[in-house]
Design a protein around this ligand. Sequence first.
Ligand SMILES: [Zn+2]
Ligand SMILES: [Zn+2]
Length: 238
Amino acid sequence: MFILSHHLLNIGAIFARMLPAQPCLLCGADSHTGLCCSACDADLPRLTGAHCPVCGLPAPNGNLCGACLKQPPPFDHTVAAYRYAFPVDKLVQELKFRERLILVNYLADALAQRITLRPDCIVALPLHPARLRERGFNQSLLLARRIARRLDLPLLADACERVRNTPPQSSLPWKERDKNMRQAFVCQPGAAVHGKHVAIVDDVMTTGASIGELARALKQAGAREVSAWVVARTMPHV
Ligand SMILES: [Zn+2]
Ligand SMILES: [Zn+2]
């Protein structure tokens, strides 16, 4: 078995070398794997070390953190591929403002690799229709589509809607972000989430207020359990 997988890896590496070299998005060196060269990929700030299973922030021994013990958020688990730090922040910003499929696939695949607990279905954090018209696409939906295909999970693309066009969370102090998101989302009456474990896909989690508010709406619609899947998690300044 080991020999077989070893050979498959070698074949994969040979095929990768046969692809035309493209400049690495981060350093400009030749990359045969598509977006970043293997050296830049290895340097990305992956979320490693012990962290709280609920909110994804560092916690000794991977136990529930004090904040989640005191006031559990509306979601039950967080999975993040990276820390929101250089150069992942640049990649995520690029994703937000340009619809580049290669970048979507790269970041979605990094997140899909971290998933160990399979939910029943996936939803993407919705954009308000006015914001969607302005941007032309919802980056969270692009990520969710790729992850749903990779993990063979149903994507409920129309289950939830953003009904309040709130100011961008990044424009507000952390303390005001919860209030800003209140009642921002609704689940469609026919959404098939009752009794289900639903995973929410988004690009970045900062305070968790947006995903928390959507998780609340999903639970009001009967969801049994909600996971937050994000490409990058903002870490507190230490
Ligand atoms: Zn590079
Ligand atoms: Zn926590």
